[in-house]
Structure formats: C-alpha cells, structure tokens
Design a protein around this ligand. Structure first.
Ligand code: GLN
Length: 478
C-alpha cells in the first residue's frame, strides 16, 4: 500500500491539536486548539492522516489566496503566475500539483469551487449542514461548509462518505432524522404530489421524537421502508433534466468559459439528458446580498480576537506610537486589510441606522434566491414545508464556476476589492441557498495543449440534500 495515499492536508482554518491553526492571520500566530476538528477526527478514524495545513486568504476572506500573512499562493511560477483562486487556494494547489490526492477546504461563498476551477481539479461543496463544522474557525456561520478537493470524482465521493455524518458537537449539522427525511424525499423524486407512493412517511418523520423509544422505533420503520423503496424507485427518472439559467449567460463570460459550457452541455445532451432553459431571476442580487451577510456574520465572529485570548501575546510587538486601548491597537496591527474592510462593512450594515436598508434587505434577497432554486428543481426542498416535487422540474443546474479563466496574479493586484468580489458571482447563489455544488474541470476540445491559464470549471448544482446524486451525475458524464 502506498502510505502517501492516505494523508490529507487541511486548510489552516481547521483546528488540529498538534499543528498550529492560524487562518493565515498574524492575529492567530502560534495558536493551537485544545482538540482537533471533527473533520480531522473522522479522517483519522478512517486511517487518513492529517499531515499539513494549507495556505489561504486570511479567515477565508478573498478569492485569490493573496490575502495571507504567510505570502501568496501561486498557480504557476514567476511573473506569469496565475491566481489559484481563493480562499482555499493552498488546498487546491497541493491536489493540482499532485502532492496529495485529496485536500480539505472550506466554502462560504465559493472558496472550494473557485480554486478548483482555477487549478483544474474537482472541488465539492456539500449541502449546508451535511459535514460538521465543529473545529472549523467560523467566517460566516450560516454559509460555511466543509469542502473537498481531488483529481477524481471517486476520491471526492470516498472522502464525502467518511465526513457526511451527524455530529452532536455542531448544532447546525443535520440530525439523523433529518438525513432520513432527506433520503425519503429523494425517493419520491419524479412523483407528483398527488401520487405519493409513500404516504404517511413524511408525517411520521415529523411526528417522531416524543420519547426516545418511539423515536428509535420510528427510525427503524423508516429504514425498513427505505430499503424496500430503494429498489423500487431510487433510480433517477429518465431523462435527467439539466437546467441552464438565462441569468448566468452574461456578457462578461470569457470565450473559453463559454466554449467549455457549450461543450459540456452538448456532451450531456449526447448522453441522452435533456437541456432545459430556466430562469433564476434573483441571481443578479445574490452577490450584493452575500457581501452584506458574510461580512456581517464575520464582524461578529472576529470580535473575539482582542489581543488577550487566542495566539501568543504580542503586546511588545505593537508600535510605541500607537495609542488607545490594547484591543484596538492589537486588531489594528495584526488583522490584514481585507479583514479590516469586512469588519467595517459588517459593523456598518448591522448598525441601527443601516440595518433595515442593508442586512434585512439582504436576508430577504437570500430567501428569494432559495425560492428561485425551489421553483425550478424537480425535487421539492426536503426541509421546507409546502415545497413539493415538480415532475417537470430539473434535476441539476449546470453553470460555469467563474466567468473567466484564472487571471494573472499581477492583474489581480491592480484590481479593486470590488473586482475580486465580482469573481464570486456564479458561486454565491448556491451558498445562499445551502445547495450542493461540484466544480468539474473541463478541457475545451480544440484548445490543446491544455495549460493552466486555460483552466475552466463547470458547476453541477443540485437540490438541498441531493449531494450523492450530484456526484453520481458528474461521474456518469465524464
Ligand atoms: N470570496 C468570497 C469571500 O471572500 C468567498 C470566500 C469563501 O468561500 N470562504 O467572502
């Protein structure tokens, strides 16, 4: 057995007990957590050794892995180095450079999918709550997910299987009952609401939990039914319907990305799948909503870094001419510029005068984005009452991961922060809705030889909880 196969690097925002966890920030230099993250525990229980931490944008804030206290991540060398994407650029590069078969990252608004697209590997963001966030330093809790990089779908699926578990240490990690409920909803895919072959099951699940015994009994019943149903109906209805949203077809798409998109859709059509035009009207507002919600949550999360707790005390390093309380001196000195920008943004949008016009509006947009997705998927949202299956809805949505191929680092550095934010335009909608999305590397046919500056990724987005089907679909259509 090749022992190097069974090792995994973690993005440096996952707590490990033996290696420091810095989130690529000076403020956490020297910080070692009291225990490992649940992800590290689960991997090690499966004999996969956590061997290193990877570079990233400070606290996950960025799209190019350039905002790091430890230097930038480069995709290629020298003046021609491209962006590796961000914020999990380090994890993407170790897989792209074949230093490891798999690597773990985190995806809040695209931080696994964008680097995967820019470096030419697979990057999977599961549904929100499928993998425990216990021990993942939070950026924006309501959006943070654990993601996986690999060069094959099989490896992603294998690691996903290990990590896709309930964890009582993370209150937002889906419970066993919820997981079953999701499975059962998927079994009814393709059935119109009136022809539910498994009537009562949904109600049963909702009604469980009065006493511990009843609870267990009910789960057993469901598991029994599930097994029987599995044989009868688990197959995806044919043909699979692939949605292509009009709103993603924007002018700014790079010609190579457009070519790869067309090529991938044609290949899917040749494989017998139906390509269906759809509309997700709130897509245009999703980016703005994300850049209000994520910094708002971040500003609250980062308040705990006060110069007293976490990391090595560094008061002696503060410049003499710096006046004011330790708290602000420390934060002023040891947070990077992008992090400070997000804190200011977040505290502003949460302030009494701005709350209604920014934060509340952004929450409403988030709801509309979720509603848009629910209105097109064949599968109803398994956790939303009243969301029903639509026999003529789509099974997956296929869109580019990013509007462009990886930009040169030198170009990125001359851009404004806003230009970087725009890069996330295709990844944030699935994050706001908590949906599973896999970035698949595409090599356009007639662009050989393929070189990293031509890397393009396509996202396969599925309904909430339909993670395994997304992976199966990607594998079946290579
Ligand atoms: N680029 C986005 C941001 O800076 C997403 C980052 C992420 O997913 N961690 O917020």
């Amino acid at each position: 057995m090749n022992i190097f196969k069974n090792v995994v690097p973690l993005k440096d925002n996952f707590v490990t007990d033996d290696l420091p966890t810095t989130c690529a920030s000076y403020i956490l230099q020297g910080f070692k957590g009291p225990d490992k993250s649940s992800v590290a525990h689960l991997l090690e229980d499966s004999s996969i050794l956590v061997v290193a931490k990877t570079n990233m944008d400070e606290f996950g804030m960025g799209s190019h892995s350039l905002n790091s206290a430890y230097g930038q991540v480069e995709n290629g060398a020298g003046r021609q180095a491209q962006s590796a994407g961000g914020s999990s650029g380090g994890s993407a590069m170790v897989v792209a450079d074949t230093m490891a078969s798999i690597a773990i990252g985190s995806d809040t608004g695209g931080s696994v999918r964008l680097p995967a697209a820019y470096t030419g590997v697979f990057g999977f963001k599961p549904s929100y709550g499928r993998i425990s966030r216990n021990g993942l330093v939070p950026y924006a809790n309501s959006l943070d997910t654990v993601g996986i990089f690999a060069r094959t779908v099989d490896e992603i699926s294998a690691v996903y299987k290990i990590l896709d578990k309930h964890d009582p240490a993370d209150p937002t990690c889906l419970t066993k009952e919820t997981r079953l409920r999701i499975e059962l909803a998927a079994l009814r895919r393709g059935l119109a609401p009136g022809e539910e072959a498994v009537q009562g099951l949904h109600i049963r699940v909702v009604a469980t939990g009065d006493t511990a015994n009843e609870h267990t009994d009910s789960i057993k019943t469901m598991e029994g039914k599930h097994k029987r149903l599995d044989k009868a109906q688990y197959d995806q209805p044919r043909p699979i319907r692939v949605g292509v949203p009009d709103e993603y077809n924007i002018e700014e798409i790079h010609p190579l990305v457009r070519k790869a998109w067309t090529q991938y859709l044609s290949a899917l059509a040749e494989n017998g799948h139906e390509i269906v035009p759809i509309s997700l009207p709130t897509t245009q507002q999703a980016l703005a909503a994300y850049y209000i919600l994520a910094p708002a949550e971040a500003s609250s999360n980062l308040a705990k870094y006060d110069g007293v707790r976490y990391g090595i005390p560094r008061h002696q390093e503060l410049p003499d001419n710096h006046n004011g309380p330790l708290y602000s001196r420390h934060r002023g000195e040891f947070f990077g510029d992008e992090v400070k920008r997000r804190i200011l943004l977040g505290t502003f949008t949460l302030s009494a005068g701005a709350m209604d016009n920014y934060f509340i509006q952004a929450q409403k947009v988030r709801r509309l984005v979720q509603h848009d997705f629910n209105s097109v998927f064949r599968l109803g949202h398994p956790l939303m009452d009243g969301s029903q299956n639509k026999p003529h809805g789509v099974d997956f949505i296929v869109v580019p991961t990013a509007p462009t191929v990886p930009p040169l680092i030198s170009e990125v550095k001359s851009q404004s922060p806003l230009d970087s934010y725009i890069n996330d335009v295709f990844t944030v909608p699935a994050s706001l809705a908590g949906l599973p999305a896999l970035s698949v590397p595409i090599v356009p046919d007639d662009d050989m030889p393929h070189t990293p500056e031509k890397n393009v990724g396509m996202q396969i987005i599925g309904q909430f909880g339909d993670d395994r089907k997304v992976l199966q679909f990607a594998k079946a259509n290579r």
